[in-house]
Design a protein around this ligand. Structure first.
Ligand SMILES: Nc1ncnc2c1ncn2[C@@H]1O[C@H](COP(=O)(O)OP(=O)(O)OP(=O)(O)O)[C@@H](O)[C@H]1O
Length: 677
């Protein structure tokens, strides 16, 4: 694929579904619940299909089913779905289609161009496409979605006061990160929701342009205004998991009129349709019955129009493998035939609704007149036939196109950019470390060697340093996780990379940064308070405090992963850290027997002991009462003794660091596997 490919006609795919039902097991009642039942329809190349309906109608479920995006446990999908006339294969379909979620999950600190470029690097083949071609493709995508003027603007996030692009532009960026893959089919869940009418129309116009290039575009939509409905080619109206109407958008008003529900002049048809289907169960039943009778004619009309579109766009030669099902065998052609068939539908709908007793006969006559065969009118393709896939089984992974090392480097660049683009967070962390180091420095300024004072101050200073280096990085980990979780989930779901890749990239950037923060803290605090001035002691302090800080970060990340919400994570984390601080040996002379296990397991214990032994081994204190000199190690309380040498204590902390990293990685894998992200 070349960058020019985006500008050229794109071959969409014809997706047809026959008698599709989707059933889940309700998590609460454990009962089977059919969310969509016996649905038929098609999404055609070069056309935009809008799926509309009230809340809970089954729009998103149908979209997920069509996009191979179902993942509920205990769910089953029945019916038949074909792509260009052949049974759909999950793996192949994933390669030609994309799914744009309702919620924009974008990195707020990146620019529009960076977001699309990162998507291109992760989604496009590493081999066979040069970096320049990828950049060209990114520019073509930005142009196609009218994003060139804001390409260098940050995405932004109003909730944290980071000004960025508009909601409509964000929605188009979400489309752009899928479009770089140059998909034949786009599925979009409520692309206009949450946008004002102007932005919504802008997004929909972009989608129409994508369809006009030949792609198949399917979206769900909630109560559109007339600017938006102008963009519809085909239309599917659902209520309570049933189809109320499916066919050409231009035939919907006639169909409703035929069923006894004439849209008043000057009323937005979609508002009217919604008011009818939500009015009462009887109205929905009437429409469902009318539609069931007329479905073949309506779909045949839509198929004719679809063929005409494909021919106009020059797509017919390659996309002609389908349409067999709904073909109006009488050889209807172009818009005329479509119009004729919708007239058939309208008349017959009247009959079905009982609104006009003569309507049925008229419909039959019209059928003959316009060439929709009687057989087609009754056609129910493979009704109740095939159970195609169990839910979740449809979206088999496509083979990765990008080597892991390249994914790691792309993600590292992104993590790095995120850090340096968050100057407030970066500065506040650094200021916090320097400020607290100065505070501790002033608090314990220049230790003395008086027994009872110098020894206590040294212990308190080390304990206080631990308190600082456990709370700050772990709370930061919770904050970061909150902002990254959804992006990680989206990208993992799309199989852009795996958990291990994310872990490697993230911590390859983060760990040196954590160590730099620790060095800054130590450089200020160590000499201010006057710990023993030797290089070896300083580096032991640096090594232990760095490991301690990284373990604390891991603890914060684990709390964030298992609790899911930042508030719960902070509550849990604070509790755990307070318990660990309490039993480090400084606050209690003797640990109660039922808490000994906490002390034995805690990394605070070994880190504290290692630093105290290192410092106290080199110094001695003067007893003010006797004037005697007492070696430092002799004044250390038993409560801080682990029975290990300083080297062994450091070894235990290092092992705990490894253990924490393993736990963190496992927690990430489990959260992803259990759909907990
Ligand atoms: N896994 C599930 N288990 C139980 N019920 C489900 C499940 N998935 C969907 N449903 C239910 O099925 C119905 C249709 O859901 P769906 O999300 O498809 O509706 P929708 O038309 O997209 O609604 P909305 O516009 O509010 O998003 C809803 O009542 C929903 O609660």
């Amino acid at each position: 694929m070349s960058a020019g490919g985006l500008a050229r006609r794109k071959q969409g795919a014809l997706i047809e579904w026959h008698d599709v039902s989707y059933t889940v097991t309700d998590q609460v009642t454990k009962q089977q619940k059919t969310i969509i039942s016996n649905m038929y329809g098609m999404a055609q190349p070069g056309r935009l299909l809008a799926i509309m309906g009230p809340s809970g109608a089954g729009k998103s479920t149908l979209l997920d089913v069509l996009a191979c995006n179902t993942s509920s446990r205990g769910a089953s999908l029945a019916g038949r779905i074909t792509v260009d006339g052949a049974p759909r294969s999950g793996r192949q379909f994933a390669g030609i289609s994309c799914y744009v979620q309702q919620k924009d999950v974008l990195l707020s600190s990146a620019t529009v161009r960076e977001v699309v470029h990162t998507a291109a690097l992760l989604k496009l083949p590493y081999r066979g496409m040069s970096a320049a071609e990828k950049r060209e493709l990114v520019e073509a995508t930005l142009k196609e979605l009218d994003l060139t003027t804001c390409a260098d603007t940050l995405i932004g996030d109003e909730t944290i006061g980071l000004k960025g692009i508009s909601g409509g532009q964000k929605r188009r960026v979400s489309v752009g990160i899928e479009l770089v893959k140059d998909p034949r089919v786009l599925f979009l869940d409520e692309p206009s929701s949450g946008l004002d009418s102007e932005m919504a129309a802008g997004v929909m116009n972009s989608l129409v342009r994508l369809a006009q290039k030949g792609r198949t575009v399917v979206c769900t939509i909630h109560q559109p205004n007339s600017d938006i409905t102008d963009c519809f080619h085909d239309f599917l109206l659902l209520a309570g998991g049933r189809t109320m109407y499916g066919g050409l958008w231009s035939g919907a008003v006639d169909f409703f009129a035929g069923a006894g529900y004439s849209c008043p002049a000057y009323k937005n048809p979609t508002d009217y349709f919604m008011s009818v289907i939500t009015r009462d169960e009887a109205a929905a039943d009437t429409l469902a019955t009318a539609y069931a009778k007329l479905r073949p004619a309506l779909l045949a009309a839509a198929a004719d129009e679809g063929r005409a579109t494909a021919a106009q766009l020059g797509l017919a030669a390659t996309a002609g493998g389908g349409w067999s099902t709904y073909s109006s065998a009488g050889g209807l052609d172009g818009g005329g035939s479509a119009l004729a068939a919708t007239k058939v539908a309208a008349t017959a709908a009247a009959a079905a609704a009982g609104a006009n007793a003569a309507g049925a006969a008229a419909a039959g006559a019209a059928t003959a007149e316009f060439g929709v065969p009687a057989g087609a009118m009754a056609l129910d393709v493979d009704a109740g036939a095939v159970v195609e896939v169990a839910a979740g089984g449809g979206s088999e992974p496509a083979a990765p196109l990008v080597p892991t090392w390249f994914q790691v480097s792309v993600l590292m660049a992104r993590v790095w950019r995120t850090w340096i683009r968050s100057p407030v967070m970066l500065a506040s962390e650094l200021v916090q470390y320097v400020f607290v180091a100065l505070f501790i420095g002033l608090m314990y300024y220049k230790f003395n060697d008086v027994l009872g004072e110098g020894d206590f101050n040294r212990q308190a200073c080390i304990w206080f340093s631990f308190a600082v280096l456990c709370f700050t990085p772990s709370y930061t980990a919770v904050t970061n996780w909150t902002s990254e979780r959804l992006l990680l989930k989206r990208e993992l779901d799309q199989r852009l990379y795996g958990i291990n890749t994310y872990y490697l990239a993230r911590y390859a950037v983060l760990l040196p940064f954590e160590m730099a923060q620790c060095a800054l803290f130590l450089c200020v605090m160590y000499f201010f308070v006057g710990f023993y001035p030797s290089a070896s002691n300083f580096f032991i302090f640096f090594a232990v405090l760095s490991m301690f800080q990284i373990i604390s970060e891991g603890l914060g990340a684990c709390c964030a992963v298992v609790t899911r919400t930042p508030t719960s994570a902070i509550i849990l984390l604070t509790f755990v850290l307070l318990v660990l601080l309490s039993f480090s040996g400084f606050l209690t002379v003797k640990t109660p027997v039922y808490f000994v296990w906490v002390q034995k397991l805690s990394y605070f214990t070994y880190a504290f002991s290692a630093l105290l032994d290192t410092e106290f081994a080199k110094i001695s204190f003067v007893d003010p009462a006797t004037g005697d000199t007492v070696p430092g190690l002799e004044v250390l309380p038993d409560s801080v003794a682990t029975g290990l040498s300083p080297a062994q204590n450091i070894g235990v902390v290092a092992a705990q660091l490894g253990g924490m990293e393993l736990i963190k990685l496992t927690a990430l894998h489990l959260a992803h596997r259990l759909n907990w992200l």
